[in-house]
Design a protein around this ligand. Structure first.
Ligand code: HEM
Length: 442
């Protein structure tokens, strides 16, 4: 027997999920508690969990029982079958081991200057009195950073062409309808799926060219592509061109849209919380004064405690990806229910991170919850968990801290839409509505 759930047609709950996923999760959690069942077109009934005990059970699995790749299949048309997100078992582990090193520790810190430069280039374009949607600006910053990080291209025509092709894929792919399998039909170059497939093909052409060129020239740098070309698994095997294409696309997509959206939410909360922008600016000015530098350095920006806790609190209250999913490889007992093989089970990041037992007054934005504290990985997991935890977690947090600190060091922004800010869907992520309209004050 499955856990209880709303007795409404699957099409109705899918529409609700697309339009207002937080509202749907709140309603079900209030009515049924953990676990409950949710109907989404294209899936068998999905079991939703969110208490630390269950989340711990799911994240502790080595992949034999809870398979993430099977759950992520709807992303395959963009990311490809050989993307780490799509794989399970030994192949997943092989890809994960090849991908992890470029995003760790000291190596990641080498990208700090690129992050600062990308933020500066955007802020330089802002003038006093400008009113604009911030999200596309954040996307441009994070896309610039990830392209530089992955390919090492210097800015120029090649870089601009890659930016253009990637932007087109992501803009066309942003429509959530494309996640529904029934919509994934190519009815010619004007149909939504047809347009999307052609944009992906144009991006692929460029990716394969870049891989071939790099293989032929033998040129290597500090970029992720160089590291992946030289990476070998335990049996000495290198990645094939097809594997490289899928992983580069995965890193480009997973590594920029998410970070841009998280940054937009952080700015939303700073501007919407009285006195916070002032406290943030004071922290930044004190750091610059103490260092005797003209501007904040990347290393210093990444160490500021208030900046860091703002990033974490924004990811708590508005997790960019609201849930992570697995499919059962065998029958297993979850949250008191014996579930059959093939059942999709999700951990709701959104519900777990708003439990009043862990987060008193959970809907209030309060970065002091994170100041000097470390929360358990089953109570705070905006990057998922266990052996599937986000490969780019440290990179994303590093980038968020640097870009956010730079924005508040250099610009005075205020919220400028007469309408309240609410979560709005963009593909699998949830961004601030209208892209967060802001005004530049000085
Ligand atoms: C704020 C920014 C980001 C958020 C909120 C985020 C969130 C997530 C989440 C929720 C997952 C699924 C984890 C699970 O199933 O348990 C994931 C996986 C992944 N993310 Fe991120 N991510 C971010 C940035 C990045 C960046 C910058 C990169 C790379 C440059 C990246 C690469 C990946 C990859 C490759 C996976 C698949 C891991 C696997 O299946 O083993 N992400 N991310």
């Amino acid at each position: 027997m499955l856990p209880p759930g709303l007795r409404i047609p699957k099409a109705a709950s899918t529409l609700w999920w697309m339009r207002d996923p937080f509202g749907l999760m709140d309603r079900c959690a209030k009515r049924f508690g953990e676990p409950y069942t949710m109907g989404i077109l294209g899936f068998p009934p999905i079991v939703v969990t969110y208490t630390p005990e269950t989340v711990k059970q799911i994240f502790a699995d080595g992949g034999d029982t809870f398979a993430a790749g099977k759950f992520n299949r709807s992303l395959a048309p963009l990311l490809g079958d050989k993307s780490v997100l799509m794989l399970d078992g030994a192949e997943h582990l092989r890809h994960r081991r090849l991908l992890l090193p470029p995003f760790h520790g000291e190596r990641m810190k080498a990208y700090g200057e690129v992050m600062l430069a990308a933020a500066d280039a955007k802020i330089d374009q802002w003038s006093q009195g400008d009113v604009f949607a911030l999200h596309p600006h954040m996307q441009e910053i994070t896309l610039r950073v990830i392209i530089r990080t992955i390919f090492g291209f210097d800015e120029g025509p090649r870089f601009d062409e890659m930016m253009r092709r990637m932007k087109r894929i992501l803009d066309l792919g942003a429509w959530p309808g494309l996640l529904i399998q029934a919509m994934q039909v190519d009815l010619g170059p004007r149909s939504p799926w047809g347009k999307f497939r052609r944009a992906v093909a144009a991006g692929d052409e460029y990716l394969f060219e870049s891989i071939a060129e790099r293989r032929q020239s033998g040129a290597r740098g500090n970029d992720v592509l160089s590291l992946l070309l030289d990476a070998r698994d335990e049996e000495g095997r290198a990645m094939t061109d097809a594997e490289l294409r899928d992983e580069l696309t995965t890193l480009l997509v997973a590594g920029h849209e998410t970070s841009a959206t998280a940054l937009a939410w952080a700015v939303r909360w700073i501007l919407g919380t009285p006195g916070l922008a002032y406290r943030l600016r004071t922290e930044i000015e004190d750091a610059v004064r103490a260092d005797g530098t003209k501007r904040l350095t990347a290393a210093r920006a990444a160490e500021l405690p208030l900046v860091d806790s703002i990033c974490r609190e924004a990811l708590r209250l508005n997790p960019v990806v609201p849930l992570v999913g697995r499919v059962l490889e065998r029958p297993v007992r979850v949250a008191g229910y014996d579930l059959p093989e093939g059942t999709p089970v999700v951990c709701s990041i959104y519900l777990a991170q708003r439990r009043p037992e862990v987060y008193p007054d959970p809907t209030r934005f309060d970065p002091t919850r994170f100041l000097g504290k470390k929360l358990s990985p089953s109570e705070f997991f905006p990057f998922g968990g266990g052996m599937r935890r986000c490969i780019g977690m440290s990179f994303a947090l590093y980038e968020m801290r640097i870009v956010l600190a730079r924005i508040f060091e250099r610009a005075q922004l205020s919220l400028a839409s007469p309408r309240p800010v609410r979560p709005e869907r963009r593909s699998i992520t949830l961004m601030p509505s209208e892209g967060l309209i802001v005004r530049v004050a000085a």
